[in-house]
Design a protein around this ligand. Sequence first.
Ligand code: PMP
Ligand code: PLP
Length: 506
Amino acid sequence: TQSTQYKHEHLLSEKGKSRSFTHFYRSFPLPDNFKAHPKPLELVGGVPNFQIFPVESLKVGLRSKPFPNGYDTDAQVNAATANAAPSKDALSFDVLVDASEVNKVAEKDHHEEIDIKTGLQYSNTPGMDPLLKFTKDFTKEVIHPGYEDWNTILTLGGANGAYKAFEAVFNEGDVLLAQEFTFTPVVQSAKDIGFDIVSVPMDFQPTTKGGKAELTYADHLSKLLDNWATEQPGKPKPKAFYVIPDGQNPLGFSESLEHKKKVLELAEKHDFLIIEDEPYAYLNFQPVTEEPNFQLTTKEFIEALGDSYISLDTTGRVIRLESFSKVYAPGVRTGFIVGHKRVIELITEYTMVSTRNPSGLSQIVLNNTISALGGLQGYLGWIINVRNEYLKRKNALVLALQHSESVKKGWAYVNDAECGMFVTFVVNTGDAESKHEYMMNEFRLATAQTGVLTVSGGNLSISEEAKKERANFVRISLASAPDLKTLEEAAKRLSDAVVLLHKDDK
Ligand code: PMP
Ligand code: PLP
């Protein structure tokens, strides 16, 4: 019945639509007026009794904030404090075997805990109740889709979410559009499911002086779609567009609202879905030219995130991929998908025959952290702290690169990342296109000599043309360096590598 309500049913995969999972233990129909026992004994599922679970208690300690001791010190000090006793104001919580009494608390914003008896048991495929409810509260409060009939389901992280979204959409031979620079593991999903990827060229303008950068591709997309038959002869029109709108990986830009509107209009005109992958959206920065605000309220933080594709969507055309990896921890292998309830229905059916729900231990730890922090508002407070740390890192790195010799001489420039985990450092290869690949190879060799490892732009591209003509940059991660000094030293080494390329210049 839902299929008739979903406007984009024709864009869903045949395989996805054909599944219908039925439990072998569903109840059998009784004749009319049959007097069944009101309270039958349930001896149904192969559901182990929780008293055989070996775990009887769990205690989790929480940091008061990321880097509680700061990291403006040197790496050695940090290594020493990493295992120091927890700070006095740090939180901790116990996971109970049975939290039903605790969960009865009638406080308005009480976030339910998952206990051991429930968390280590078989559970609902879309997610355990409190955590699934959290994804819905988060969606309402922070993401606000532009229509009513949306739903959510937990995934095993963003990458798994992407695979599941693709599985719900693509038949063999169908076409996915993706940005020419993108999170390339989508290519592996394409090989696995059998769909084709067509790359969308991008324009990106540098901001050597720290002003607002621009990432645009709507005009290229429009041209490609209008001339599809000649540009991509023999290929069916695309069914979906995979996009990383905020904190683009690898470029670090965010799309403007006007740009998102243009792309959504194209999706309507040419009838395709948009799959927005937003693991970085909450690491939302200010430019280096602005005084950083480390005191954002949750309201200010949410407002600064701006509108997403799904918030502009009124018909269920957008599927949004969320991940706890970048703001909580990748090892919990948990994320969620927001989409039209029909799309979530297909993804739920696929989840039942593939991964099932994320690990109960992960759901316990994640959910009860949220609970200990005080629910959604407390969790947003944690995300703001994470964002603040990345902002410090971003500013330190961008400023160090801007003041480096190579940038001052005009031999390279740095993009002031708007959001996310990556800063791009662009090597000026001059006008001679023939020199481009040669220069980038020389640059990589030079960085091996000065001692800094980054990712080549070309390694994060799905387009041969982009690799040849527009991949004169490296992606620098802000994430794993122990401190700001390390990032500043890395900036110097990157710059020195460019200087080596110019050693014969006068
Ligand atoms: N195989 C058989 C034969 C089973 O009976 C069950 C559980 N009822 C499973 C697999 C599912 O096991 P798991 O919880 O490891 O997915
Ligand atoms: N999507 C993008 C754009 C990413 O950059 C990453 C991680 O690098 C992922 C998805 C995978 O994230 P997860 O750990 O949630 O699977």
